[in-house]
Structure formats: C-alpha cells, structure tokens
Design a protein around this ligand. Structure first.
Ligand SMILES: Cc1cc2nc3c(=O)[nH]c(=O)nc-3n(C[C@H](O)[C@H](O)[C@H](O)COP(=O)(O)O)c2cc1C
Length: 177
C-alpha cells in the first residue's frame, strides 16, 4: 500500500541514482522507458533534470504533454525494465506486455506503476535545454512510496546491460541531511 512521501524526502529516493521507469501518456496511451540519465537539481520543491533522447517515443509524449511519472523499480522488476528498454511504445502497450499495473496519479494524467516501490508525479518546468541537449527540468508535484520498503534494492546501470543492485549500507556521521 503506497502512502504519500513528503516532498522534502524525494531527494533521498533519487540521490543513489537508480534506473527509473519514466512514465508518460499521450492520447490515452501510457508508456514506460528505463532512464538513468537524471539528477537532482533542488531539494524542495524537488526539481530533477533528465535526458530523454529525441529518438524515443517517450520524448514526443513528454514534449507534448509536459507531464510524467518517475517510477522507481527494484531488482524484482529487472527483466521488465530491460524489456521496456528494448522496445518502443509507439506500437506496444508496455504495461500489458510486461505485466505492470497502471494506477491513476493525482496530479498528472500519467498512470503510476503499482509494482515500483516509489512514484514521483512530475511536470516539466523548464525546456530551455531540450533543443540542445534533450534535457528536461521537472518538478515533483506529488510523491508516493511503500513505507515497508526501507532499504530498496534499486538497479544501477554500469553500462552494456550490466547492473548493480543496491545493498550494503553505511550510516556515517555526515553533515548532509
Ligand atoms: C538501463 C537503461 C537506461 C537508459 N537510460 C536512458 C536515458 O537516460 N535516456 C534515454 O533517452 N534513454 C535511455 N534508455 C533507453 C530507452 O529506455 C530505450 O530507448 C527505450 O526503448 C525507449 O522507449 P520508448 O521509445 O517507448 O520511449 C535507457 C535504457 C536502459 C536499458
């Protein structure tokens, strides 16, 4: 069962740099694509930068609607994630193909992926670098998480289809909040 995640805590979800499933929707068709080129830009309201290649179907939807959901998968979804990255959403319903559950969002007309442990509903707030770098700046409007997942085993792409899985944690005396 997902519960709202305070916006101030969104940074801790994205700080480790997990591969995300970028959700978009256009003309009633929802789509998903793995995305690892993203970064935090601001704590609160949370702002996130991301590169979406213009050759991807997701680019057109994000450009047209200005809305998306950043879904955060864990290792259990590794095969589905790679499947979404090996296909294009213009002729394929990836939710149906990969057995993922679409649940309505509250702030955007893009469904969230139920199986992902966290979901961030976003809108595009800056397109200045889209033409040059395919770089979108997003603001997180609403965040959800599964509060029972305290140490998510997220996926981290090392390149060429090789992934690391988040595991060991160290709690150090860091001044970073
Ligand atoms: C681990 C992984 C990370 C990826 N990261 C990105 C990314 O940051 N930006 C991007 O444009 N494509 C990225 N891709 C490629 C897209 O996910 C892929 O081209 C996908 O088929 C696009 O789907 P679409 O055409 O339905 O949008 C990544 C793929 C994988 C497997």
């Amino acid at each position: 069962m997902k519960t709202p995640l305070p916006l101030a805590d969104v940074y801790a979800v994205l700080e480790p740099g997990p591969v995300l499933l970028l959700g978009t929707a256009q003309d009633g068709r929802a789509n998903l694509m793995p995305m690892s080129w993203h970064c935090m830009l601001e704590f609160e309201p949370p702002q996130v930068g991301c590169v979406v290649s213009a050759g991807n179907h997701s680019f057109a939807a994000l450009e047209a609607t200005g809305e998306c959901v950043l879904n955060v998968p864990t290792v259990e979804l590794a095969q589905q994630l790679v499947g979404c990255g090996n296909s294009h959403g213009d002729h394929l319903d990836k939710f149906a193909r990969f057995g993922l559950t679409a649940v309505p969002s509250t702030q955007v007309a893009v469904p969230r992926v139920e199986e992902c442990y966290a979901n961030l509903e976003c809108r595009v707030i800056d397109r200045q670098l889209v033409g040059r770098y395919n770089f979108f700046v997003l603001e997180v409007l609403k965040a959800w998480h599964d509060p029972t997942v305290t140490a998510p085993r997220t996926l981290h792409h090392r390149g060429y289809g090789k992934f690391m899985v988040a595991g060991e944690e160290l709690q150090l005396d860091s001044a970073m909040r």
